[in-house]
Design a protein around this ligand. Structure first.
Ligand SMILES: Cc1cc2nc3c(=O)[nH]c(=O)nc-3n(C[C@H](O)[C@H](O)[C@H](O)COP(=O)(O)OP(=O)(O)OC[C@H]3O[C@@H](n4cnc5c(N)ncnc54)[C@H](O)[C@@H]3O)c2cc1C
Length: 360
């Protein structure tokens, strides 16, 4: 690769050791994970040492690692090169714009990763089925599922290197939690004939319970004397006046199980509910403020189109930027914050940092 005979960009998220040496030359140490390949083999995988250097050099380098002086190799490391069809040629259904009825999914769209391939296969499959049966397309929104973020990123931003799905790529990640995936998506899935009626029923029951629990917590007042023992045992400041259980739950070191344990009257009302419903209500109450804030942030980010970045802007000053954002900002020199936010691999946090430095 360094001789220039392979000119593709390697997968950023699995760089070779020579690539790491080149990009992170200032680092003094590098961690390797020695992973046994199975119970019945002596083969181990040297995780963190992927390489495409000439075979002899690979072995010489390995022999220099303490503990590896007498290693034997099964096979040398090798490089991989990616090619893909620019995903900007697709619509949100993953159907190609150029050839009707042709759907593309997976690595061919410029992604890398098992989950990335699997979720696109699911969506392309669903939409091919909808298409052939003259049914409405199924498109997941960015605020609804990581799948929505991945597909929207791919088709609207394109990608210049293998795309991986990260939580940081989603602006709504407080909404996109694994604990609420069932609430977000089961109904859709049921209407497509994927989720069973029993699953939908279970989710509907959960939603109903969450509503009831939330109401109980918002309506039940806790007396200072009732909470006194629980709070003093946990070395927390006492209640000065009556407070709703939901408000007490907002204290950082308090969770619902503590309140239930400490306040028998409340436990009496909550005993009948399923643990996953209690957990869901607790999460929704505890993070309510953050979710609201995040929605406001998304709103602000959508107004970034108007804000221009000076051409001479010195990105090197922004030490908190991710390495990927720094490299891309310097290369692309976005004209506006809006353009900066659409660059593949640049995430909302990078934009926030940029906003702060631009005095917003
Ligand atoms: C060495 C290596 C390590 C990796 N490690 C990880 C990892 O740890 N975690 C992770 O998430 N991802 C990893 N990946 C990436 C991941 O494996 C791929 O991104 C993912 O498997 C791609 O799935 P896909 O279905 O899009 O493509 P593929 O799995 O490549 O499937 C394409 C299929 O199409 C078939 N095909 C091609 N041409 C034709 C044709 N003309 N007619 C019929 N069939 C054809 C191929 O034989 C193949 O079976 C790794 C990749 C490599 C190369």
């Amino acid at each position: 690769m360094f001789a220039g005979r392979i000119d593709g960009i390697g997968p950023r998220y699995c760089p070779s050791i020579e690539d790491k040496l080149n990009r992170f030359a200032d680092k003094e140490r590098h961690q390797l994970f020695i992973e046994p390949e199975g119970w019945h083999t002596v083969e181990i995988y040297v995780n963190g040492f992927s390489t495409s250097l000439p075979e002899e050099i690979q072995y010489e380098a390995l022999r220099n690692i303490p503990g590896f002086a007498h290693f034997k190799a099964f096979r040398p490391g090798y490089a991989i090169e990616y090619d893909y069809f620019p995903p900007t040629q697709l619509s949100h259904t993953l159907e190609t714009k150029i050839i009707k009825n042709l759907f593309l999914a997976g690595q061919i769209n410029g992604t890398t990763g098992y989950e990335e391939a699997a979720c696109q296969g699911l969506m392309a499959g669903i939409n091919a089925h909808q298409n052939i049966n003259f049914l409405e397309p199924v498109i997941l929104d960015r605020s609804e599922a990581y799948i929505g973020v991945l597909i929207d990123d791919l088709i609207s931003k394109g990608t210049e290197e293998p795309y991986r799905m990260f939580t940081s790529r989603a602006e709504f990640r407080t909404l996109l939690r694994q604990d609420n995936a069932d609430i977000r998506l089961t109904e859709k899935s049921f209407h497509l004939g994927l989720a069973s009626a029993a699953r939908l029923e279970a989710v509907n029951r959960k939603k109903m319970e969450v509503t009831k629990i939330t109401r109980i917590l918002q309506e039940t007042s806790i007396d200072p004397t009732e909470a006194e023992q629980m709070l003093s045992e946990k070395k927390m400041s006492p209640l000065i006046q009556k407070q709703k259980a939901a408000a007490l739950l907002l204290r950082p070191n308090i969770d619902l199980s503590m309140i239930r344990e400490g306040i028998p009257a409340l436990e009496e009302k909550l005993r009948e509910f399923a643990p996953h419903s209690l957990e869901q209500a607790e999460i929704q109450l505890k993070y309510e403020v953050y979710i609201k804030k995040e929605k406001e942030l998304v709103q602000r980010i959508s107004q970034l189109e108007q804000l221009s970045i000076p051409e001479t802007f010195d990105y090197d000053r922004l030490t908190a930027l991710s390495m990927e954002a720094l490299i891309k900002f310097k290369k692309i020199k976005p004209r506006t914050l809006g353009q900066a936010s659409r660059i593949s691999g640049v995430n909302p946090t990078d934009i926030q940092i940029l906003m702060v430095y631009m005095g917003r």
